[in-house]
Write a protein that binds this ligand. Structure first.
Ligand code: SF4
Ligand code: SF4
Length: 263
């Protein structure tokens, strides 16, 4: 595909070809890793904090800005750029990305972006991204696999089921404690782990044997639990199953509260 064709066909599907190769020999090498707004998904935070040997709380405190708006249920988490003239990414050096195998989804996708209909587009231009002028052609699907996007996509899709849920439209959560719990379950995983293990959480829902052992060591499993809990709590989805004995206790308590109900 010529460069002209590539720019004229900027709606690509999985099987379409595009031209791109990023390597230390390009004149623009690492220049795109500065002064950028990179929104981090919960899985991005999970991978990066793990890579850096930090807790989720430490990573969020040191490396992110949290953008909140009044009544917004889930905050936007943005990677903090360095405080230097270039506003460079804290993870870039002259040799490239130091967290490469755990870099965020947006960095993996670049120079492509994708919309909700799974149409891909080239978002960079040849004046800044010289990799688009390289003579290497590949299919979109090959690029995604090569960049390890699919693993991210699986977990991100699970999260997107919350952010794009029809129930989110017009939802007005003014209770700050509920918003904090949602944020903890999606982003502050180490705090969520303590909450799950140190409270009655595991006694309220049915789980497979050894589940508590799994979430002690497996952050991805813990994140899925957090997202299931949000879906259960916010939208009433059957992502978690309440134990029958918990339902029974609740029903008895409700019956007692009803005026004129004999116990
Ligand atoms: S995380 Fe890595 S790839 Fe992404 S902007 Fe930073 S240095 Fe560049
Ligand atoms: S601008 Fe494009 S070619 Fe240059 S370093 Fe970034 S991704 Fe690679």
């Amino acid at each position: 595909m010529s460069q002209e064709n590539q720019s004229s066909k900027n709606q690509l599907v999985f099987g379409d070809n595009f031209k791109f190769k990023c390597h230390p020999g390009v004149s623009c090498f690492t220049t795109c890793c500065a002064d950028v707004t990179i929104f981090l998904s919960p899985y991005d935070v999970l991978r990066l904090k793990h890579r850096l040997g930090m807790t989720s709380g430490e990573f969020i405190e040191k490396n992110t800005h949290i953008l909140t708006r009044e009544k917004q249920i889930i905050p936007l988490v943005v990677l903090k750029m360095s405080d230097n003239e270039q506003k460079s990414c804290p993870f870039v050096t002259s040799e490239g990305c130091t967290v490469y195998s755990d870099r965020p989804w947006a960095c993996r996708m670049f120079p492509l972006d994708v919309d909700e209909k799974e149409m891909f587009s080239v978002i960079a231009t040849t004046d800044r991204c010289k990799g688009l002028l390289e003579n290497e052609e590949m299919r979109v699907i090959e690029w995604l696999e090569d960049q390890g996007v699919m693993d991210y996509q699986r977990v991100n899709n699970y999260y997107a089921e919350i952010t794009s849920h029809p129930g989110m439209r017009g939802m007005d959560v003014t209770n700050d404690r509920i918003r904090q719990m949602i944020y903890m379950a999606a982003y502050d995983l180490d705090r969520f782990r303590s909450f799950v293990l140190d409270s009655s959480f595991l006694k309220r829902f049915e789980f497979e044997p050894n589940f508590s052992e799994r979430i002690r060591v497996d952050d991805t499993e813990l994140l899925k639990l957090g997202l299931d809990w949000i879906k259960f709590g916010l939208f009433g989805e059957k992502t978690l199953k309440v134990r029958p004995e918990v339902i029974e206790v609740k029903q008895k308590a409700q019956a007692k509260e009803k005026p004129g109900t004999k116990s």
